[in-house]
Write a protein that binds this ligand. Structure first.
Ligand SMILES: *Cc1c(COP(=O)(O)O)cnc(C)c1O
Ligand SMILES: [Zn+2]
Length: 427
């Protein structure tokens, strides 16, 4: 692709009334306050994009360039994405389902969470729009990714977070030399302050005034899932929800690949996962309403998902309903159990949000909402090394011995045990 490769990204468009807006740093409709979303020329994309074209490109999220909202070449996070889709047979057997896949964004580049996808798009667009200072309101992972990608791109950055985040998340922002601001308050208060700052100083807030661009980055997780499954839509997808944006964008990605003829239309269900200590979307779903009641004081170890007033909650509910999906939520103990299941049966160390997703999937399978003879993809969105506090002291103990064979045999592996164990015979 070249600098002047055609852009298929035409406008911003109100999700409520459909009014079109120019592609600026704006995010709400003047008439009804509906969220603005990127719109594309799908007929032109259909003519330009196909499986072979995509397969010929480098393995990053930018291989789906035509369906991402920037004008020129990406300039930030060009190597983000194309994380592994792992077929997790042992975990499938443990949970009692025919087939299970883990979309493993714990190893996303460069900051080990799916947020690198949204930041890559938001900052590439921020540069096109001429911003030199970028910022965000974050529950942790977004802060890490803005800090890292802004540092690499030479942009000034401010990241605002609730003051009580995990050490790994705080340090994982500070290391990049950014301005890390801890707010005494919950995420919603951080977010409100950011809206005021964005209005006053004209910085590029990735999830405020640049939100339409930011949000589109999440689609790449869905595009990759379809490609890695052999160009098809999975029957079930389980997605963790904070604002609910990732869930709605995975839905959009499935629809777009169908619309431009890259995959065949097929039935699918998208399910949402939250922590019971902050489950405004799941609770609304279970009550059968689309009115999301705010949670003023989130209380869960899944801090990355602790958004009490989820911006896309209403739309997430409609996606779940429309696709025959369900929402679940799980306690802190279940989250820890979910983290351990994923580690012990798939060899993947996820953060608390991953524990939420696995534990909710387990519940959905047990209740028959995901039938045992079907397949599911679990979106695992962040790395466990960032939330070590959550499992500290809950994973067994280190066994300490002196550097002596006798002590090893006394305390770890007894000789009589060794004699009866099936030892591999030399060939
Ligand atoms: C931000 C985040 C999510 C989901 O965020 P949405 O606001 O719902 O898009 C999921 N998992 C992790 C680890 C996150 O950091
Ligand atoms: Zn509108």
């Amino acid at each position: 692709m070249h600098k002047n490769a055609p852009s298929y990204f035409s406008n911003l468009k109100c999700r409520e009334c459909g009014r079109l807006y120019p592609k600026q740093a704006i995010h709400v409709c003047d008439f009804d306050f509906g969220p603005l979303e990127a719109a594309y020329d799908y007929d032109a994309i259909k003519a330009a994009l196909n499986r072979e074209v995509i397969e010929s490109r480098p393995k990053s999220m930018w291989r789906y360039r035509e369906l991402l909202p920037i004008d020129g070449e990406p300039t930030v996070g060009t190597q983000v994405g194309f994380t592994p889709l792992v077929k997790a047979d042992r975990l499938a057997e443990k949970l009692g389902i025919k087939a299970l896949y883990i979309k493993n964004d714990t190893v996303n580049y460069p900051t080990l969470s799916f947020k690198d996808r949204v930041v890559s798009v938001a900052l590439s667009r921020a540069k096109e729009l001429g911003f030199t200072t970028v910022a965000c309101a974050s529950t942790g992972n977004l802060a890490n990714s803005v800090a890292a990608n802004a540092a690499a791109a030479g942009l000034k950055s401010y990241v605002l977070i609730p003051a009580d985040l995990e050490q790994g998340k705080v340090l994982g922002s500070l290391v990049y030399g950014t301005n890390v601001i801890g707010i005494h308050g919950a995420y919603d208060q951080v977010n409100r302050l950011c809206s005021e700052i964005a209005g006053k100083y004209g910085w590029g807030f990735v999830n405020v005034n640049l939100r339409p661009y930011y949000a589109e980055g999440s689609k790449s997780m869905g595009f990759e899932i379809m490609e890695q499954l052999g160009w098809r839509i999975p029957r079930h997808t389980v997605v963790p929800m904070a604002s609910g944006s990732l869930l709605t964008k995975i839905h959009k990605s499935y629809g777009e690949f169908t619309k431009v003829g890259i995959v065949d239309d097929a039935p699918f269900s998208i399910h949402g996962a939250q922590a019971t200590g902050c489950a405004p979307i799941s609770h609304a779903m279970k009550k059968g309403t689309d009115i999301v009641k705010p949670v003023p004081k989130p209380d869960t170890i899944a801090k990355s998902l602790a958004i009490g007033t989820p911006a896309d909650g209403y739309y997430a509910i409609h996606v779940m309903r429309q696709t025959g999906g369900f929402a679940e939520d799980v306690t802190d103990d279940e989250i820890v159990e979910g983290i351990k299941l994923l580690a012990e049966y798939a060899g993947i160390f996820a953060e608390t949000a991953g524990g939420v997703t696995v534990a909710c999937a387990k519940k959905l399978i047990e209740s028959g909402k995901i039938p045992r003879d079907e397949e599911a993809v679990l979106c695992i969105t962040g790395h466990g090394l960032k939330t070590q506090e959550a499992i500290q002291g809950k994973c067994g103990e280190l066994r300490l011995i002196k550097p002596s064979l006798r002590e090893f045999e006394e305390k770890v592996y007894a000789p009589d045990q060794a004699a009866t164990a099936a030892s591999p015979s030399p060939q």
